[in-house]
Structures are given as C-alpha cells and as structure tokens.
Design a protein around this ligand. Structure first.
Ligand SMILES: [Fe+2]
Ligand SMILES: [Zn+2]
Length: 507
C-alpha cells in the first residue's frame, strides 16, 4: 500500500462530518516533507562525524550472548495478555549480551566529548540523559543493529523485534551522577569533565563483576517497604511509550544493592526483576506492564543503556506514544524520525480502511507537540510533573487542592472544580487553544463513546488507555478535553489545561 495515494478529501467516518468541515486533514506524506525540510540540519546523520579515531566493532570480541534463565509471561504475572501485546513474554531475568571487552568501548562511544554536548541533557540533580548516540557513533549503531544482537533480544522477547526509529532510541543512556562536583560549570565544560571522569582510570579497563547475572532481588517485604516508603522509587509507576525495552548495564554492580524494576502483578503483589550486571541486559514489554524503578544503593557510578523496540509483525497496531520522551529529547531529531518510522510501519500493511489510516495518521501527528510550546511548559512547571499528571488526573489525586469556584466560568456549583466540571466548563474552549484540532477529537470521541463503537482503547489495548476509559465510564459524566489529552498521552497539554483551572500539579 502506498500512503502517498491517500486522498486528502477522504477521512474517518466521524471526522468526515466534524473534522473536514473545519480543517481538511493533511496528507501525511506532505506533513513528512514539511517536518523533514524544517529539521534538516539536525536530522541528517550522514553530515555528522567525530574527530575521534573510530572504534571498531567486532562481534566475536564484543558480544557474549546467552539466553535468559527466566522469562515471565503475562500469565505468570497474573495479568491478562492484551491482544496487541506481540509476545506472551512480559519480562526476562538478566542475560549476557556484551562481552567485558565491549564495556569500556561502549562507555567511550557514549560519553565521547566531541558530541556529548549535543546528546546529553541534565534531567535531574542526579541524572544525565543521553540520547541519539547512534547518529554520532558507528560503533553504537553497529553493535545494537548487529544480527546477533537483534536475534538475542528478539529471542528473549519471544518475537522478532525492530528498534523503534532510526537513531534516537539507540544509545539512550541514564547516567547517575553527582552534579555537585560540576557546580558552576557551563554545559559544554561540564560535559567534558563528566566524559573524562567516567571514561578514564578504572573505567577505561575491562569491567569487572560481569560474572553474575544481576544484583540480587530483595525479598517481597523489602521491595514493599521501598515502594511505600518515602522516595524509594526513582521512576514512578508507569507504562513505557514503546512496546518493548532492553535495559543493559555498563557499570560494575559488585557493590550495588537493589535498583530492581518492579512489575505490578494482576493480583496487586509485586514482581522484582533484578538489575543486570555489567554487560548483561533485561527485556521488558514495558508498554503493557505497569512498572517502576527502585533506587540503587552502594554505588555512585551507574550507567544503563535503554533501547526501545516494537515487534516487526505485520498487522499489529502500533499504539506507541512520545509522551515519556518529548520533554527530554531534541525534537528537531525526534519528530522527523518518528514520522518516518510510523510511515514505514504503515507502508508494510495492506488493505487498511481509509478511516483506519486517518486515525493512524492523526495519532502520528498529534504526538508532535510544537517545540516552543513544550519548552515554555518545561520552563514553567519543571519536567517531573509530566510523568505523574495523567495518573494523577485519572485517579483524581490532582483535585485534592482544587479551587472551590471555577476561575474560568466563575460557577460555584458542586463542591469544587472536578473532572465533571472541567469536561463541560463553558469557559474553557475560548481559553485553551480554541483553534486546536484536539477540540474536534473531543467531539469525535464523544460520538464514539456514545455509540460504544471501536475506539482508541479497543485499538491500542494498552492497559493505561483502557484504564482512562474505564474510569471515565464509572464516573458517569461527559467526556472532555482533559480525558482526550490523557488517552492521547499529551501530558504537557494536560498540565497546562489543569493549571488554567487553578489546579497545579505537584511533583
Ligand atoms: Fe519504563
Ligand atoms: Zn468552569
């Protein structure tokens, strides 16, 4: 199927009446061309090169692959397997992937001072996030896309995987770091110092401690204490934006305690997945299982590589979001790769209905919140709120300190501003992006929900989306913009919308 042939005049059954009348849908190939030409400088990976001598990748020297001892199915975790979950495997125990000889080279390529300034951003006072290393390092690109590595991660996952997007998600790393050491330094200088600190001395040598598979999983009681205690988890409960993730360790974990990935089982209990040792990796179907990451102790140096995948199967709906990555990714790189990858997935499919294609393309487009808008929101609210706002909205937690009277329409009815009022407030449409196509989406969703026809939750089967819709149905109220933003994973806009109502989402 050639997507270039999509007629701009035809669109989905509902958008036909509401959408096209106001704003005819743009053909996606046109959108792709606009996005690509706009961001050309940043996304042209061939133009980028380093002055460092090239690290040579050798599969025999740098790979050391064995399958995982344990694989947890959805059934093992007492979870129903969503129909769009491509494999019955929800998670694996750590398995060997990279040989000890590869560790210092991976660190060198990841922290290369000639481009670290472009790939790294400060995420919090203890975490540096590195993105898109594969655009700068052939070594990284080769090792992660090598057939043996692709085979290993696919076998562990129980289905053939493909890396999500061209380069952005290859060479993503979370680097735990003590920024106090670098206080007062400007960004470029700071990156130089971090690079030197983490690639020289002991770090330049072949990593020790890769003999065991992972950091021991603690007992159920200890895990619960960490989850419910204060500040135990470094990443709160969430689903990943993409279906599969591979987490590989680049640090010596000999003295490391904890740091488990914890999965919530269907019965409410917890499954701890141990942190891999240096050179080891784990696979998680993170788009479909609710999980968090506990803090690791006993170590200061901790570098994990996080690579994201989807199943390469034809006929499998891709319900991926950019929610988790937008706030810390160079959008000039992210958006062209996102749209190209989404189009590639679509181009493999056959016999898709026009309304399906319209829905798919709409999802692709909606994920690309303008850079300026995100920058302003991050400056105003910080980054942490974007990772908690959807959960807080759905559970109702964000309304704990909501104002009694609505600041938009001044009404005082019914015990404070809540979900029901936000959905129907007569003041909101003129105050929040009145010309946005998202208002058309709200209308479309209302019609769909009323007809209980196939909707977003049925298409994606993502448990987080299903939860939003189920909760909404329980509440017996009207569907509104906040609900629409929640199911579309547009956390940044949701924060902005709630703030208009005087609801400030705390970190
Ligand atoms: Fe995750
Ligand atoms: Zn109101």
């Amino acid at each position: 199927m050639d997507i270039v042939n999509i007629s701009p005049k035809v669109s989905g059954p509902v958008s036909g009446d509401i959408g096209t009348a106001i704003n005819p849908p743009r053909p996606v190939h046109l959108l792709q061309r606009i996005v690509e030409s706009k961001f050309k400088e940043d996304s042209n990976i061939n133009a980028l090169h380093t002055q460092e001598p090239e690290l040579i990748f050798s599969p025999t020297e740098h790979l050391n692959i064995s399958p995982p001892c344990q694989r947890f199915t959805f059934k093992d975790l007492k979870l129903p397997r969503p129909t769009t979950a491509a494999s019955p495997i929800a998670a694996t125990s750590p398995f060997p992937l990279f040989a000890a000889a590869a560790i210092p080279l991976l660190r060198k390529a990841l922290l290369n001072p000639t481009y670290l300034n472009k790939t790294a951003s400060v995420y919090s006072n203890s975490t540096l996030i590195i993105r898109n290393t594969a655009a700068y390092s052939a070594f990284f690109r080769k090792i992660w896309t090598h057939p043996m590595v692709m085979r290993a991660v696919s076998d562990a996952a129980g289905v053939e995987l493909e890396v999500f997007m061209e380069t952005v998600e290859i060479g993503h790393a979370n680097v735990q770091i003590d920024f106090k050491k670098y206080q007062g330094m400007e960004h470029a200088k700071c990156m130089q110092a971090i690079s030197k600190g983490l690639t020289s001395g002991e770090f330049a040598l072949e990593a020790a401690g890769s003999g065991r598979s992972g950091v021991a999983v603690r007992g159920q009681k200890e895990i619960e204490d960490e989850i419910f205690g204060d500040g135990g988890s470094i990443i709160p409960w969430h689903y990943d934006s993409y279906p599969f993730v591979c987490v590989a360790m680049l640090s010596d974990t000999t003295d490391m305690i904890g740091g488990e990935t914890v999965i919530q089982r269907g019965d409410g209990t917890f499954q701890g997945i141990s942190q891999p040792s240096a050179g080891f990796a784990t696979i998680l179907q993170g788009g479909f299982v609710r999980h968090l990451a506990l803090r690791a102790r006993g170590t200061t140096d901790r570098i994990t590589l996080v690579t994201s995948y989807r199943a390469k199967a034809v006929g499998l709906y891709d319900g991926s979001f950019l929610t988790n990555v937008r706030p810390y990714t160079n959008l000039n790189v992210l958006y062209p790769q996102w749209i190209a990858f989404r189009n590639k997935i679509l181009s493999r499919e056959q016999n898709l209905s026009v309304s399906f294609i319209a829905k798919y393309n709409r999802h692709t487009e909606r994920q690309m919140i303008p850079k300026l808008h995100i920058d302003q929101l991050v400056a105003r609210f910080g980054i942490a709120v974007f990772y908690t706002v959807i959960d807080g909205y759905v559970s109702g937690k964000v309304f704990a300190s909501a104002p009694m009277a609505c600041p938009l329409c001044m009404c005082k009815a019914g015990g404070g501003v809540g979900k029901a009022h936000i959905a129907i407030c007569p003041g909101v449409k003129s105050k929040w992006m009145p010309y946005s196509e998202l208002w058309i989406d709200v209308q479309r969703s209302r019609v769909m929900l009323r007809n209980s026809s196939i909707s977003f939750e049925a298409t994606t089967c993502r448990p987080d989306i299903v939860a939003v819709v189920e909760k909404f149905r329980d509440e017996g109220r009207e569907w509104g913009m906040a609900d629409e933003l929640a199911v579309q994973g547009l956390a940044e806009y949701l924060v902005e919308l709630l703030a208009l109502f005087g609801i400030v989402v705390g970190a």
